[in-house]
Design a protein. Structure first.
Length: 144
């Protein structure tokens, strides 16, 4: 991985064979990024993506083999307690340009991934919502 920073914007390049979610989470931890927005383009293989089943209150995952074009990767950086949490969604195409997407669980970069992180100055915090079974963003307009 390599990166350059310009004020609150950070451009990151992930190398071939890096796992996307763990690499970006590690980067955020090591640079004390507790809130932000992520956007990326590139390609990956061994993608595991899914959707949240609201009836069962669990994610349903599907694995995609082969190299796929990422069009795009997007999401946010927040915290659950003191832990950095990346909530990422991915959209990707195969060689026929058929598109797939969902919540990203895992993907291996092949050959590269270019990411922009827009760092926020205030932390974003999540709370557990018993009704949905999800950790939702806790937002307040009291700061406006």
């Amino acid at each position: 991985m390599e990166f350059e920073q310009d004020n609150e914007l950070i451009v990151i390049r992930l190398w071939k064979d890096e796992e996307i979610l763990s690499s970006l989470t590690e980067f955020c931890n090591s640079h004390q990024i507790k809130a932000g927005w992520i956007s990326g383009i590139g390609a990956a293989e061994k993608i595991i993506a899914g959707y949240y089943d609201f009836i069962r209150k669990e994610y349903v995952w599907k694995e995609f083999e082969g190299v796929h074009e990422i069009v795009p990767l997007t999401g946010n950086i927040s915290q659950i307690g003191e832990k950095v949490f990346l909530h990422l969604h991915i959209n990707f195409t195969d060689h026929d340009l058929s598109s797939y997407g969902g919540h990203l669980k895992s993907a291996i970069v092949n050959p590269t991934l270019e990411v922009i992180v827009c760092k926020l100055t205030r932390p974003l915090v999540r709370f557990y919502d018993i009704e949905t079974g999800l950790y939702l963003l806790k937002l307040s307009n009291n700061n406006i």
